[in-house]
Design a protein around this ligand. Structure first.
Ligand SMILES: NC(=O)c1ccc[n+]([C@@H]2O[C@H](COP(=O)([O-])OP(=O)(O)OC[C@H]3O[C@@H](n4cnc5c(N)ncnc54)[C@H](OP(=O)(O)O)[C@@H]3O)[C@@H](O)[C@H]2O)c1
Length: 242
């Protein structure tokens, strides 16, 4: 599915300046307890950056023993566990699992993530894939589909449209830190996410509500562009940051 950049932005009202879309972007708390659900390329990379920034991170997968040496190298602020343990540990969660795992995780971990800020980085497979879940994401938007399977989560789309390698080097990139589009229906969760995006070496760019995340899902104008924040704002038709 392809999207006309301007049509998407216009239909979502992203071109309008809505005050709540531009909350004051606070830094994250000095030390936040974060549970990483799916500590592979993306979850492992972002989680490592957060440990280095001073946060306590539990990295999880169904095979946590494979994560132990990484956690040892990171020191006492890093730990490993099963997804359920990380979901219970974190006051904030990062979801970075294959998209097809979403219904199961949404169901199994519901009691642990309920009411928590969940940064959702998941994407349907980039090519192919015709499962009912993928078809729903194409028809209704990725963020809306995740929201359906994660009832009670305070969802923020974040880290979803960037390469993990680019996030890793963003803080020291010659061309400047990358702008990270984020979107949520929850203004307070957006502020939490913005602080954690900064602590991962990127600059947050608030795009709008959860529905507006279509602007930076696959096929949208913000997908994998790796621009600086001012460049990204221009590309998405957002006003310059005040
Ligand atoms: N790689 C990137 O640059 C990047 C960038 C932006 C967004 N993303 C998105 O992030 C997600 C993960 O991508 P990735 O490249 O990091 O993949 P990956 O390296 O394969 O990591 C996936 C992680 O999820 C775990 N996992 C898989 N199935 C699971 C399940 N049913 N329950 C719990 N944990 C499960 C895996 O560990 P076990 O198999 O041991 O459980 C692994 O730790 C995808 O949705 C992708 O679209 C990736």
């Amino acid at each position: 599915m392809t999207f006309s950049r301007r049509a998407i932005l216009k239909s979502l009202g992203v071109l309008a300046t809505v005050p709540w879309m531009l909350p004051r972007l606070a830094r994250a708390a000095p030390s936040t307890r974060i549970g990483v659900i799916g500590a592979g390329w993306l979850g492992g990379t972002v989680g490592r950056l957060w440990v280095k920034a001073g946060h306590e991170v539990m990295f999880s997968s169904r095979h946590p023993e494979e994560l132990e040496s990484m956690a040892r190298e990171l020191g006492p602020r890093a730990s490993v566990g099963q997804p359920a343990q990380a979901a219970a540990f974190g006051t904030v969660l990062l979801l970075a699992v294959p998209f097809e795992a979403l219904p199961q995780i949404g169901h199994d971990l519901q009691r642990s993530y309920n009411g928590k800020v969940v940064l959702d980085a998941t994407n349907p497979p980039l090519s192919g894939g015709s499962s009912p879940l993928v078809l729903q994401a194409r028809a209704n938007g990725v963020a809306q589909t995740v929201a359906k399977y994660m009832p009670g989560a305070r969802l923020v789309r974040a880290f979803s449209c960037v390469d993990a390698n680019v996030v890793e080097s963003s803080g020291t990139r010659a061309g400047g830190r990358i702008g990270m589009p984020i979107a949520s229906d929850d203004a307070q969760a957006l502020q939490v996410a913005a602080g954690l995006v900064r602590d991962a070496g990127c600059d947050p760019v608030v795009v709008g509500n959860l529905a507006s995340a279509v602007a930076f899902q696959q096929g949208g104008p913000g997908w994998r562009v790796h621009l600086t924040a001012p460049e990204l704002r221009r590309r998405l038709g957002l006003p310059p940051a005040s």
